[in-house]
Design a binder for this molecule. Structure first.
Ligand SMILES: *Cc1c(COP(=O)(O)O)cnc(C)c1O
Length: 380
């Protein structure tokens, strides 16, 4: 089987893991954690970073330090992986779901502006969501497939309403925005190093940002809110810390990141070139290089396609190719069925038409040829 998105682990990862064993630094303290934080922060123009054991934990910590409180709302796109919404719910808040721009699959600034203009009302220094009476606490744009939304406009809206921006950059490691670093675009930016992301630490995440106080607080609450070595804690904290073994893998992966990003882009461009002409097939959004990490690739099927999404995934199995649908929007998920929402027509029209295709950084040209020939045989 040619699998969808699997880790790409080599001798360098093995060497660094052996260093952990040799030095006995296997747990939550160690030189690789410090190095990994420093390097990820520098790569994205951030002064501070806190490594955690999962992207979801990073998003949860970011929500808490950004001041999201029980009962609040956080504005987020419905078209995202459920972890974005879960992290908001873990903070006791609820997502307020808005639509995406169909050209980029990222949060629509028009939808954001319209939702706030229609439903937000100022009360002292807060903005309240009129229909529910709940406080609006933050905006969480998602860098879908490693592509940023129009962050200039989203940032301007955030400033106008005094809302912090928590960027779900889970799949955006290594991306830039208008040739500049991404950390300054949000108060807090969160990455994931899950096994299917561009680089992996087995499981892991990181919060980066330029506000020292926020990041210090993120470190504090993710390490049991410890104030001294003699078991004194000043609040209820979490044990969310990344281990040195995970960070060792992360450091090795980061050295290989430029090659991984190049490969992801080449895979996307080749699918676009060799599948984009099929009847009923549309391409994934492909912004210019450096504006996306092209995390996942595949095809979007219209009504004219020869197969349905389920039909194509099933048929590709017969060719030894793993293919899967993509994110079911948050508003269609049982735990978020009652979340406040704006009009979601673009999310509704898109999600059920996507087929993701093998796009691991280790995918060979020959393997991609097999995938392309299989898709062409089924849809051509
Ligand atoms: C992967 C992902 C996450 C969650 O990261 P984990 O490390 O799996 O907890 C959150 N948001 C998005 C958009 C993701 O793709």
């Amino acid at each position: 089987m040619i699998l969808l998105a699997i880790p790409n682990i080599g001798p360098l990862e093995g060497e660094y893991l052996q260093t952990c064993v040799d030095t006995n630094f296997v747990s939550t303290v160690g030189p690789f954690v410090t190095r990994f934080e420093k390097e990820v922060a520098e790569l994205h123009g951030a002064d501070h970073a806190v490594a955690v054991a999962a992207g979801t934990m990073g998003l949860h910590a970011a929500c808490m330090v950004a001041g999201v409180k029980p009962g609040d709302l956080v504005i987020a796109p419905s078209f995202t992986f459920i972890a974005s919404a879960n992290s908001i719910a873990h903070s006791g808040a609820s997502p307020w779901l808005i639509d995406i721009d169909p050209a980029s699959w990222t949060m629509s600034p028009d939808a954001l502006e319209a939702a706030l203009a229609e439903d937000a009302e100022q009360l002292g220094s807060d903005w309240i969501h009129k229909p529910s009476g709940r406080r609006i606490a933050a905006i969480m744009p998602v860098y879908t497939l490693g592509t940023l939304p129009d962050m200039d406009r989203i940032g301007a809206v955030a400033r106008r309403y005094g809302l912090p921006v928590i960027a779900d950059a889970a799949a955006a490691i290594g991306v830039t925005y208008k040739d500049g670093p991404i950390a300054p675009l949000a108060d807090l930016t969160v990455f994931s190093f899950n096994g299917n992301k561009t680089i992996t630490t087995g499981g892991g995440g990181m919060v980066i940002g330029n506000d020292e106080a926020l990041l210090k607080r993120a470190r504090h609450i993710t390490t049991t809110a410890r104030v001294s070595r003699d078991y004194e804690h000043d609040e209820i904290g979490w044990n969310y810390r990344m281990t040195n073994m995970s960070a060792a893998v992360g450091c090795a992966q980061l050295e290989r990141l430029p090659g991984f990003l190049e490969r992801k882009r080449a895979i996307r461009l080749r699918y676009d070139a060799e599948l984009g002409d099929l009847p009923g097939v549309e391409r994934f959004p492909s912004p210019d290089a450096a504006q996306s990490t092209y995390w996942f690739s595949g095809v979007v099927l219209t009504d004219q396609a020869r197969k349905t999404v389920a039909g194509l995934c099933e048929a590709l199995k017969g060719h030894g190719v793993e293919a899967r649908p993509f994110w079911r929007p948050v508003h269609l998920q049982k735990p978020f069925a009652d979340a406040p929402r704006a009009d979601l027509k673009h999310s509704e029209a898109l999600w059920s038409r996507i087929v993701t295709l093998p796009c691991s950084t280790g995918l060979t040209e020959d393997e991609q040829t097999v995938v392309i020939e299989a898709v062409r045989a089924e849809l051509g």
